[in-house]
Ligand binder design. Structure first.
Ligand code: NAI
Length: 358
């Protein structure tokens, strides 16, 4: 916790529902912490905790670069047979309410609107669907990833030229599906995979996605490889297989370790930082809770496009990986906000001491 600067890590257990979960609050120096609730079958507790910590910190980086008055958090639930979903999520809602606005929850793998409705019984500090809600969060993420792809294509070849592009999407879920739909409309050739056979058949029939054999997506020559499933897919071995010019997708932490950003850079592959291009949903969520209004997908796209352009410019100047440049810049902003908060607290403490002395 100290090395990576986490403020709080909380373990939750509720014997009635069978809930076991972790909440990691990485940073609140810019404002309350935002982050989704992931429900997943983890191999063991250590694995779940590591996932929770990495995702939580990535949320802080996302918020800092997007210039949001918010920090990062994440909750992971250990999915298991017998877990009473309704009771577990309702318990989480009451727990979040008890935090008094320190943490705002949203969707993630395993947690959609159905589950968030249970959370919403106990707290207002949660994303809501439909009218009166924050808006289409997966659509916002897809808009940001799209903006990242456009910036990446302009960067490597001077033009988007969508109709000449081949895109490979790993994971055709909420975000991957929306991306595939948009790219197809622009005339791209779209290849895709999903571990869910039914999703593959639907994407083929409804969107015209060319379905790849699972596990072959990394070997496809393409302009953009878009990881839109789980994290950790880019590591020592898989990076060597990639035949793409750009990696740009929605998945959080697609590189197994930071060092893999440098490996991609050395191979001449432009890796668009995940926490920059997939920040559309958190931008939408934070601005909704702050202003009680929805922001359009066009605005999200423009905003993520601007941040991406800024990072690509800086990276080109330094001949460095955009991921490392973005990480450095986000950490710098967080450190600055923390030192300002520390100084403010010191002044308050001194005033309190002086007040007591008077
Ligand atoms: P989702 O759960 O709707 O879709 C993920 C899809 O990936 C599913 O269809 C699943 O069957 C498939 N999948 C899982 N493992 C796979 C594998 N090894 N190979 C191929 N397909 C596989 O999730 P969603 O919302 O589309 O998010 C995708 C990724 O983007 C996740 O990592 C999520 O954390 C991240 N993300 C999503 C945001 C959002 O607004 N939904 C925001 C920021 C990040």
């Amino acid at each position: 916790m100290a090395r990576e600067g986490f403020e709080q890590v909380i373990a939750l257990h509720d014997s009635r529902s069978g809930l076991r979960a972790f909440l990691a609050i990485h940073d609140t120096s810019h404002g309350p912490a935002f982050g989704g609730i992931r429900r997943f079958v983890y191999r063991d507790e250590k694995n779940g905790l590591i996932d929770c910590l990495r995702l939580s910190k990535a949320m802080s980086l996302k918020c800092a670069l997007a210039g949001l008055p918010a920090g990062g958090a994440k909750m992971v639930i250990f999915d298991a047979p017998g877990l009473d979903l309704e009771a577990a999520y309702a318990y989480i809602g009451r727990f979040i309410e008890g935090l008094g606005g320190l943490y705002y929850a949203g969707p993630d793998v395993g947690t959609g609107w159905d589950e968030l409705r249970f959370v919403g019984r106990g707290t207002e500090h949660v994303a809501r669907e439909g009218r009166g809600g924050s808006g289409d969060l997966a659509g916002a993420t897809a808009a940001g990833v799209f903006a990242g792809m456009a910036a990446g294509l302009r960067h490597v070849s001077g033009a988007e030229a969508w109709a000449e592009r081949t895109m490979v999407i790993q994971g055709l879920g909420s975000v991957g599906w929306r991306l595939a739909e948009r790219l197809k409309k622009l005339g791209c050739r779209v290849l895709g995979t999903d571990v869910d056979e039914k999703t593959c058949r639907l994407a083929e029939a409804e969107l015209g996605v060319e379905i790849l054999q699972p596990g072959t997506e990394m070997d496809q020559p393409c302009d953009v490889f878009a990881p839109c499933a789980m994290g950790g897919v880019l590591h020592d071995l898989s990076i060597q297989r990639l035949q793409t010019r750009i990696v740009c997708g929605a998945a959080n932490n697609p590189i197994a370790r930071s060092v893999h950003a440098a490996s991609l850079h050395e191979r001449g592959i432009l890796y668009m930082p995940d926490f920059v291009v997939n920040s559309g949903a958190v931008i939408m969520g934070v601005l909704f809770h702050q202003n009680q209004g929805s922001i359009s997908l066009n605005e999200i796209e423009a905003r993520v496009g601007d941040i991406t352009g800024e990072i690509l410019g800086l990276a080109a100047k330094k001949d460095s990986s955009p991921f490392l440049v973005a990480q450095f810049e986000a950490e710098r902003r967080i450190a600055l906000a923390r030192s300002k908060r520390g100084a403010k607290q010191e002044t308050l403490d001194t005033e309190t001491q002086e007040g007591k002395a008077d």
